[in-house]
Design a protein around this ligand. Structure first.
Ligand code: NDP
Length: 444
């Protein structure tokens, strides 16, 4: 049996009941097969894949807190420190009822490669809890965050593990967690990223994922002889990533014509108006039907359908598994030339394969949405320096990082005979840096 297949079997046997983790390991290692086979003897002797697929540390703990009625509630919480070969663990905290160990391990494993791709010194980690912040009062959210940190503070720190936000964890939650850490430890250090601008947050962090997505998309198109200016862009989502992707698309001379939320989607023949979108979704926290009222030329459709729009470039920026095989067929039929993932895992595997087989340039989220974590790493640098860089400085660094990410995955794909396969390129480039650091550091 090949080394890769042995590792699949081992991961399944040693981590029963963790389907998301199995899937992530399988998807990554499958695309690394050619690289691993080239170095199989060394990797086997060093048990590199066994180590790469086993978290360095997983912390599981209970979080007791008191709700507004005086009732004690108990949630499960996790922090998976997957791989610290190239830097302190870095990855968000997710508060959502679906959170379990399998999902934490899948995300922390993937984060290792994404962080490596940024070229910055950050290892892979992820954490969270099955706590649901929806419908909770501010006091309840604070009580929960403080209780969580009262246990987690032992395992995190500016040079050990630096969490951030993710689903259900925004500026409010990061603020409460940071405050409690500071109180317990008695030190003011950059232990969280995604902080408010008055207490160590980085300028341009809000825009970073959407802007970074466009910087990478432009570079990918340019390297394939295509100018993004004048292109029609279909975007899904209407949240943080989608909004700033739409804004940057305009700035590059492209025309974003769609956006969506969990109820329906908008087609605006004049292009999506960013100010109206921000007013509707961020200020009023309303549905997209309000956008249609404010922009009479636009059309609101109930349900799904963004990918039926004729476009040159598609940017899925909403959620996982939102671009399925029929969507991929519609995009190809309408002449789409590129798909870049703003969200995490928005495209199903069969849809990805269909797009690639039909000549659509496809960049996976691991690379295309890495601008968020990259800017978080820039926030860590600013905190260490006790400095705050200007928006322009951070944005310029972000641009450089996204261009470099594209070239490292493009080069890796070419080196291993898979030119144009950016999915394989991203996994290979992310893996090689981590693997080489692990080998250099000995059996640890
Ligand atoms: P937000 O919560 O700000 O926005 C998500 C948007 O997607 C909302 O408009 C939401 O609609 C919509 N949406 C959610 N579920 C569905 C669904 N099932 N069908 C259609 N639309 C849906 O999240 P972000 O923009 O921050 O994140 C989007 C994606 O990008 C996620 O996959 C996230 O993990 C990923 N990502 C985000 C980063 C960041 O820095 N923010 C960094 C890297 C990845 P509604 O308004 O109705 O809730």
């Amino acid at each position: 049996m090949s080394y890769v297949d042995e590792i699949f079997a081992r991961v399944k046997a040693q981590n029963p009941g963790e389907p998301e983790f199995h899937q992530a390991v399988e998807e990554v290692l499958e695309s690394l097969r050619v690289v691993i086979e080239r170095n199989e003897e060394v990797y086997r002797r060093e048990a590199l894949l066994e180590r790469l697929t086993t978290p360095e540390r997983s912390v599981l703990f209970r979080v007791p807190w008191v709700d507004d009625k005086g009732q004690v509630q108990v949630n499960n919480a996790y922090r998976v420190q997957f791989n610290g070969a190239i830097g302190p663990y870095k990855g968000g905290m997710r508060f959502h009822p679906s959170v379990n160990l399998s999902i934490m391990k899948f995300l922390a494993f993937e984060q290792t490669f994404k962080n490596s791709l940024t070229g910055l010194p950050i290892g892979g980690g992820k954490g969270g809890s099955d706590f649901n912040p929806k419908g909770k009062s501010d006091r309840e959210v604070m009580a929960f965050c403080q209780s969580l940190i009262t246990e987690l503070y032992k395992y995190i720190g500016a040079d050990t593990d630096v969490p951030a936000g993710d689903i259900g964890v925004g500026a409010r939650e990061v603020g409460y967690m940071f405050g409690q850490y500071k109180r317990i430890q008695g030190v003011y250090e950059g232990v969280f990223t995604g902080k408010g601008l008055t207490y160590g947050g980085s300028k341009a962090r809000t825009e970073a994922t959407g802007y970074g997505l466009l910087y990478l998309t432009r570079e990918m198109l340019k390297c394939n002889g295509i100018d993004i200016a004048g292109k029609t862009v279909a975007v899904s989502g209407a949240g943080n990533v989608a909004t700033y992707a739409i804004q940057k698309a305009w700035q590059m001379g492209a025309k974003p014509v769609t956006c969506s939320d969990s109820n329906g989607w908008i087609y605006d023949p004049d292009g999506i108006d960013v100010d109206t979108l921000i007013e509707v979704k961020q200020v009023k926290r309303a549905r997209l039907t309000e956008y249609a009222k404010a922009r009479p030329n636009s059309v609101y459709h109930e349900g799904k359908g963004v990918w039926t729009t004729k476009c040159d470039v598609a940017l899925p920026c909403a959620t996982q598994n939102e671009l399925l095989i029929d969507d991929a067929k519609a995009l190809v039929a309408n002449g789409c030339i590129a798909v870049c993932e703003g969200a995490n895992m928005p495209t199903s595997l069969d849809a990805t394969k269909y797009l690639q087989a039909n000549g659509v340039l496809f960049c996976p989220g691991k690379a295309a949405n890495a601008g968020g974590v990259a800017t978080s790493a820039l926030e860590m640098s600013q905190n260490s320096e006790r400095l705050s860089w200007s928006f322009e400085e951070v944005d310029a660094k972000l641009q450089g990082i996204m261009v470099n990410i594209f070239h490292s995955l493009d080069d890796a794909a070419k080196e291993y005979g898979m030119e144009g396969n950016y999915v394989a390129g991203a996994n290979i480039a992310g893996f090689l840096k981590v693997a080489n650091a692990m080998l250099a550091q000995g059996v640890v």
